[in-house]
Design a protein around this ligand. Sequence first.
Ligand code: ADP
Length: 749
Amino acid sequence: MGNVKTDDFWAVFNSAPDAYLLLAPDPPHFTMVAANDARLRVTMTRREDVEGRPLFEVFPDNPDDPEASGVRNLLASLNQVLRTRKSHRMPLQKYDIRTPDGKFEERYWDTLNTPVFDDEDNLIYIIHRVEDVTNRVETERMLAQESAARARYRLLTDMIPQLVWTTDANGYHRYFSRRWHEFTGTTLDDAEGSGWMNYLHPDDRDRMLTRWQHSLDTGEPYSIEYRVRGADGKYRWFLGQAVPLRNEAGEIIEWFGTLTDIEDRKRLERERDQLLESVTDAFFAVDGDWRLTYTNQEAIRLLKRSRDEIIGRKLWDVFAHASDTIFQHEYERAVKEQKAVQFEAFAPVSGIWVDVRAYPNGTGLSVFFHDITKRKQAEQRLRESEEQFRTLGNTIPQLAWMADSTGSIFWYNDRWLDYTGCTLREMAGWGWRKVHHPEHVDRVVKKIRHSFETGEPWEDTFPLRGKDGEYRWFLSRALPIRDANGDIVTWFGTNTDITEELDARNEAERRREELEQVTESRTRLMRGFTHDVKNPLGAADGYAQLLEDGILGDLSEKQLESVHRIRKSLQTSLHLINELLELARAEAGQIEVERESVDVAELARESAEDFRAQANASDLEFEIDITTSLPAVTDPTRVRQILSNLLSNAVKYTPAGRIRVTADHRRKEPQSNENCIAISVDDTGPGIPPDKREVIFQEFSRLDPEAEQGAGIGLAISRRIARILGGDITVESEMNQGSSFTLWLPAAS
Ligand code: ADP
């Protein structure tokens, strides 16, 4: 300093841009010897406040900052300079400054303490130079904070499942999250700027870029679905969303975007779409705002609109003429009551009849429908023909009704309503059950249900209650009427009153039972009677025979003649009683036959021979013309009994002429090829009138009731027995010429 004048020195000191303070080496005071202008300025002090005063009295620590370390660190630095006699530069130090109004201001300082020596090397001063670095520190701290924030932000973007990108205010992509790079297999160089566009699906690119440009132009956020190509070359669906970040002035400083992987959801949607496409019904869905959210291909076809025309739009805007129709009413009801609805209606939009089913789905509605125009037309046609049925149904004498395919009755003819005294309303559906008898109704319902379910024709018999409260019986039938496809459309049923027939049948049954009882008791009576009569008559005949044979002594001619007549009368009576007994047996079904192999020719010859004497006694020619043998399996006693009846009749009723007996194989009817044995007894008697030829076979029938011979039972019994033997008796006759009775028997096979 030797060359510089003292005044000059102070001038230089004062004008130096850095802040200097000259301190005395008098610890712990470090009295401030001098301060330059710059120093006074940065510490907001006046020269008289500092010069000559201890350093720390004027510059104490900020009492409000418990962490303040300024005094301690500066003292340590100054002491170090005294000890080491070397300069010491303090690390950046926070040292708050008291302002003139007494408050402390936050300050940071870069401090250098330098010793000053005299010629004898004595340390005479310490130069304390400070630089106010408060601004610099502040900036650095902000920068540090910012970089920490950015690091956190990156960390965050790397951690969330979404892919993240950011752009500058102009939309220049300058950051992609680690996940973005991992998915696309790219580096920042590949994707930066507009490089990312190469990874969009070509079909989605234009749509996506238009939307992005729109956001850049308007600052509107966007949310859009598009596909991005992964490192494996496969595209996945993402929900892309972007929002602008703005500064305090509201200017966009950055765009922040995310991509959320929605591939799984899209796949489910695709599967759902495929499913909905595969249902043959048309389908559409609306959300809670009645906006169409989905339609399948069939719906597009039937609604005659393109998907773009309807998706996202309100149902009643798209189909204005359906508003305030059954469609709107039913859909609203489904949503309001939260239950499925079903209806059929004509859809003017499509010009077809549709069957509609709508199901509420949370907030909106799912609607399925299909074309039923053909069925409706068929129904319509069925209704020109249903009308015919109705007319027809009213002309028939039966009760009649019609039911739909499920068996629900919708029409009764007038006769039905009149008979039951009920109205259609009461009887409709299954209402008819109330006119059924409680004991029958369950059975009837079960059976008719079976028919309705299977389509089998129905038939049943049951009582129905009339309006007078009386039940009458009806035979009931129903048939299904089918359409061209074979599907049942209507059941047509009738109920026929069979009460009288049933009564008649019951009456006949009652009579039959009665008759059986009568016959039974008659048979019993007859058997008792014949027994009681036959035995005394037999005894009487026995005694008469004793007289006749002279065992009781010789009789005169006249006496013998009387005994002879007594015996004849007794035998006639016995014969009659035997016949009556046989008839009683026959009527009671008690005639027993015992079959054996016999030659009927032989039988017939023997039977005929028994009558030769009798015929001759009556002056009748008697001829037996039997040559062949006629084997049969039959009851010989019964055959003989029948032939005796025929032969005795022939002898009885033929006053003159001839009796001829023949037997051979013959066909009973010319067409029949059944070979029978026929034994005929021909006479030359009075003949039998045509109208009597069957009558004579009935019990107690005689052509001449006055005639003394016979009771009119013989032929009746004979025919019965012949039939039991598998044969019959027939008669041919010519008045005044004669009769021919033939016994038919089955020939041995
Ligand atoms: P019965 O001879 O005991 O009266 P039948 O039943 O044998 O009873 O015959 C019924 C009736 O048929 C006779 O009463 C008779 O009038 C008539 N009849 C039967 N055989 C002959 C015959 N060969 N020629 C004419 N009439 C006959």
